[in-house]
Design a protein. Structure first.
Length: 135
C-alpha cells in the first residue's frame, strides 16, 4: 500500500549518520497476491548501527498480534524489511543466513531491503530466495 512505501522510504540511510532500520511486514494474502498494509518500525530494544540492525524490540511482535486480532485473523506476518547504506542494495551474507534461520514458513514470504536509490524485493519460498524486482 502507498503508505507503507512512504514509511519505508523515510528510513533511507541518506545521511552519513543515519543508522540501519528494520521491521516486519504485516498484511493479507489474497489468492496469489500479498498486500502489505503495515510495517513495524524501529523502537526501544532494537540494536542499530550504521551497518547492522537487530530487531530485538518487543513492539514488532506486539504489532503483529494487535493487527491479527483487530482484523479477525486476515492480517498476519508476511516477512521483513531493513535498510542498507548503499544506493542499490543487495542481500549480504548475514541477510541470507539470517533469512534461512529465521524466515521459515510454508507460505511464500516477502523480504525488502531499502537502499538509498532503490529497493531490493525478494520472495522466499521454502529454502529458496528469489529477487523479485528492484525499483
Ligand atoms: Zn542487510
Amino acid at each position: 500500500m502507498p503508505g507503507v512505501v512512504e514509511r519505508l522510504l523515510s528510513y533511507r540511510q541518506l545521511s552519513p549518520a543515519s543508522l540501519e532500520a528494520a521491521g516486519v511486514l504485516i498484511g493479507e494474502r489474497r489468492e496469489n497476491h500479498v498486500v502489505i498494509h503495515a510495517i513495524s518500525e524501529p523502537g526501544p530494544g532494537d540494536v542499530r548501527t550504521r551497518f547492522t540492525v537487530v530487531r530485538k524490540g518487543p513492539h514488532h511482535q506486539a504489532m503483529i498480534n494487535e493487527l491479527y486480532l483487530k482484523s479477525g485473523g486476515t492480517m498476519n506476518y508476511l516477512g521483513e524489511w531493513h535498510t542498507h547504506p548503499e544506493r542499490f542494495p543487495v542481500p549480504s551474507n548475514t541477510d541470507k543466513s539470517g533469512w534461512q534461520k529465521e524466515i521459515v514458513f510454508t507460505e511464500p514470504m516477502v523480504l525488502i531491503i531499502v537502499g538509498q536509490s532503490a529497493m531490493w524485493c525478494g520472495k522466499k519460498v521454502g529454502r529458496a530466495t528469489k529477487a523479485l524486482q528492484a525499483y
